[in-house]
Design a protein around this ligand. Structure first.
Ligand SMILES: Cc1cc2nc3c(=O)[nH]c(=O)nc-3n(C[C@H](O)[C@H](O)[C@H](O)COP(=O)(O)OP(=O)(O)OC[C@H]3O[C@@H](n4cnc5c(N)ncnc54)[C@H](O)[C@@H]3O)c2cc1C
Ligand code: SF4
Length: 339
């Protein structure tokens, strides 16, 4: 049985106090929300904080879905995934967000795991998500304690995989993250929050707290999320497809004649960050999501989708499934638009 190492647990009651505690603890301090990623990682010695600072008792963090002056909806980073998936305002206006949240793992983990923890989730790899002894037996790898990458031994970088279900949706819909740190507050577009690097996978500073996520006003766009995994519950995505389109109104009844003005296709589980494929979005522009446009977008998404041999399933099959899942996502968007 894997055991947690000893650590000091702190419970700040304000953002300022949390930041002070993190400044005092320095690199040995880590924030925790639901702990469903951090604690298993600590058991395997992936992360070894000696001070753990909880974000769950801070009233400034506990707003639900609140509209700001610009029509955006601010969603608290400490909402659990269960809360996020059942909030009526999110289900009504942002069904792709609630759907991605309800596809994460199991009910127990969704009751503990939070939105913020999901968006800051550590990258994953078969050579990393193992016990300390397992990793030691292969002389570790460069993500933690070692020097080599076992997936691509001549590579100077780590290829661990972004495995969050909600992050690709946030990138696709153009959400913004509000961060508060020692140097003040800033808003970061979701697409700029992630790096394609398995070790430095976030652009945020270590002391910055993700306070809330701003969802764009739901006017004229729609989005869906499709997830590939071995078991229909519990498993991380080995491929996630978030598809977003903004419709340009047509003159016909019930949207007839409308075309796609803008589109984004974002892939999860195939790189160290949620990977947008601009060529796939381009292929949909000015179309009504006819079969030809969907085929072109699925083909465009397939080409740069380069899963490596470090998660579940055979990698060439996972690549093939990019085409299939992009197609399914776009067909769902089309049928929703027509109904
Ligand atoms: C068996 C199992 C299956 C899982 N399956 C899935 C899955 O299918 N899909 C999926 O997406 N995830 C999955 N997860 C991962 C995890 O449960 C979820 O991603 C969850 O949402 C993480 O949230 P948390 O609050 O528990 O994060 P924590 O463990 O508390 O934190 C994770 C990381 O984020 C940081 N962090 C947390 N909140 C903030 C914040 N507000 N500001 C700054 N930093 C913050 C922490 O410091 C830590 O580094 C699974 C986990 C397990 C154990
Ligand atoms: S991709 Fe390479 S360096 Fe990164 S976790 Fe896997 S084996 Fe380690």
């Amino acid at each position: 049985m894997l055991r947690l190492p000893a650590f000091t647990y702190l419970q700040p009651t304000s953002l300022a106090e949390a930041l002070r505690m993190k400044a005092d603890a320095g690199p040995d301090g880590s924030y925790v929300a639901g702990g469903t990623d951090l604690y298993p990682n600590m058991k395997r010695r992936h992360q070894e904080p000696t001070t753990v600072i909880s974000l769950m008792g801070i009233p400034e963090l506990t707003t639900e879905g609140r509209k700001d002056g610009t029509g955006m909806t601010a969603v608290s980073a400490v909402l659990t995934l269960t809360q996020l998936s059942v909030l009526p305002s999110i289900r009504r206006s942002y069904p792709a967000v609630s759907h991605a949240a309800e596809l994460v793992s199991t009910p127990l983990l969704r009751n503990m795991g939070t939105l913020g923890g999901n968006l800051c989730l550590d990258t994953r790899c078969n050579y990393y998500n193992q016990s300390y002894e397992w990793r030691k037996a292969i002389d570790f790898c460069m993500k933690k304690d070692g020097a080599i990458c076992w997936v691509a031994p001549s590579s100077p970088r780590c290829w661990a995989v972004s495995s969050s279900d909600v992050a690709p949706v946030m990138v696709a819909i153009g959400a913004e993250y509000r961060l508060v740190g020692g140097k003040g507050e800033r808003l970061v577009p979701a697409g700029r929050f992630y790096h394609n690097d398995g070790i430095n996978y976030l652009t945020k500073q270590p002391d910055e707290i993700l306070v809330d996520v701003r969802l764009p006003a739901p006017n004229g766009w729609d989005a869906v999320y499709h997830k590939l995994r071995r078991r229909g519950s519990f498993d991380f995505p080995v491929l996630g497809v978030a598809a977003w389109v903004r419709w340009e109104a047509g003159s016909g009844k019930r949207g007839a004649g409308s075309v796609v003005a803008e589109a984004r296709i974002v892939l999860g589980g195939v790189a160290s960050y949620p990977q947008e494929v601009p060529e796939a979005g381009e292929a949909l522009k000015s179309s009504a999501l006819e079969d030809e446009a969907i085929t072109a977008a699925a083909e465009a998404a397939y080409r740069p989708s380069k899963p490596l041999d470090n998660t579940d399933f055979e990698l060439s099959w996972r690549k093939q499934m990019t085409r299939v899942y992009v197609r399914r996502a776009l067909e769902e968007l089309r049928s929703r638009h027509r109904s």
